[in-house]
Write a protein that binds this ligand. Structure first.
Ligand code: NAD
Ligand code: DAU
Length: 339
């Protein structure tokens, strides 16, 4: 019989965290999840619609608040999986303070609480962006030995969080595992990120803003594949190790945009080249060999199948899109792109 594992998931009302919560509940019939999320502009309870209530408890709370964290974190919880973060690079360029608060201070608060409550394992969900930008060559990849060189305030705050998690392992012998993934796409992504923005604008025959020359390369992965890797790292990873997660799917932004326009049957004339992001990293590409070898993990979706699933989900969930695109999104859109 499956062991009844307990998870404390932070940021579980966001895009990736909510997918992880669903995955754990679906794949581990005896597992229980406490989902701790502050519900910032990016947190959305709609993302948890239909999630089984008996094994899932939602707590609204801030990871920077030690009392709130401690009062919801049961002693002996098996896994604390930290997704909570300010996650949008462009927002970190407008203003970095909140990124330092949540991503750096919040991670330390969680590490301290996990130690106090004797949590079995701490999983830090990190990003390929901590390793900076690769040269524009097809044979250059990030692996686990790549040096840190974060270039945006977001990436720097995630790098600091990783260092704190690493230090907790080294100093306090905490069981810490880190994952570093590339660009996720799939259902329930907050609409200001490139792929959902592209989808929504193209469907509405609005211009799609492409930064700079559109030749920046990102390594795309279907969100559920990322979550499967995080779960595999929690269950099978080695304490103190980091695992790079990717689906060997590095593409130029312009290629990504053209694939989506073609699938939607929309003209490429909708692409509008706009002013570049300051400090825009040129290329990310991940070598996931270690995760494949040591965690026995493999992505299940190809770019084509993942993209088709994603497009179908947004087509079938117009109400989710409408609600997510109202409120905070509108103000941000005006500030970033003008009217
Ligand atoms: P998201 O912005 O969609 O969601 C973040 C969630 O964290 C939201 O639900 C928000 O309410 C919550 N949150 C923010 N501040 C909080 C606080 N102070 N206390 C408690 N909760 C708070 O982000 P996402 O895209 O789902 O990313 C999740 C994690 O995965 C982040 O740590 C991010 O750095 C990492 N990551 C993201 C990607 C990607 O492509 N999106 C890739 C690699 C790693
Ligand atoms: O690589 C992993 C990272 O991927 C995660 O750690 C971040 O949380 C996540 O937001 C994402 O960061 P990016 O900056 O790569 O994602 P974004 O969707 O903002 O942009 C993807 C690419 O598209 C990037 O090269 C910038 C470009 N872009 C983005 C927007 C919003 C455009 O050309 N136009 C746009 O309007």
């Amino acid at each position: 019989m499956e062991q009844a594992r307990t998870f404390f998931v932070t940021g579980g009302a966001g895009f990736i965290g909510s997918c992880f919560v669903r995955l754990v509940l679906a794949e581990m019939p005896a597992a229980r999840v406490v989902n701790f999320d502050a519900l910032t502009y990016a947190g959305n309870l709609d993302n948890l619609e239909g999630v089984e209530e008996a094994r899932h408890r939602f707590v609204r709370g801030d990871v920077c608040d030690p009392e709130a964290v401690l009062s919801s974190l049961d002693g002996g919880t098996d896994f604390l999986v930290n997704f909570a973060a300010e996650s949008h690079v462009d927002r970190s360029i407008h203003s970095a303070a909140e990124f330092v608060r949540t991503n750096v201070l919040g991670t330390q608060v969680l590490l301290d609480a996990a130690r106090a409550r004797e949590v079995g394992r701490f999983v830090q969900v990190s990003t390929d962006e901590v390793m900076g930008s690769l040269p524009e060559r097809d044979d250059a990849f990030f692996d686990e030995e790549s040096p840190f060189a974060p270039n945006s305030p977001y990436a720097a705050s995630k790098a600091a969080a990783e260092h704190l998690a690493r230090a907790a392992h080294h100093t306090h012998q905490m069981d810490v595992v880190t994952t570093r993934c590339g660009n996720n796409y799939g259902p329930r992504q907050f609409p200001e990120k490139f792929l959902p923005l592209l989808l929504a604008n193209a469907r509405g025959d609005e211009p799609v803003p492409v930064y700079g020359d559109g030749r920046n390369v990102r390594d795309w992965i279907y969100v559920e594949d990322h979550c499967r890797a995080v779960l595999a790292a929690a269950l099978k990873g080695k304490a103190g190790e980091a695992y790079n997660v990717g689906a060997r799917n590095a593409r130029q932004n312009i290629e990504v945009a053209e694939s989506v326009l073609d699938l939607l049957g929309k003209p490429r004339g909708l692409l509008k080249f706009v002013k570049d992001r300051p400090g825009h990293d040129r290329r990310y590409a991940i070598d996931p060999a270690k995760a494949e070898r040591e965690l026995g993990w493999r992505p299940r979706e190809s770019w084509e199948s993942g993209l088709r699933k994603t497009i179908r989900w947004y087509e079938e969930n117009g109400e989710w899109v409408e609600r997510a695109r109202s409120g905070a999104y509108r103000d941000y859109y005006r500030k970033q792109y003008g009217e």
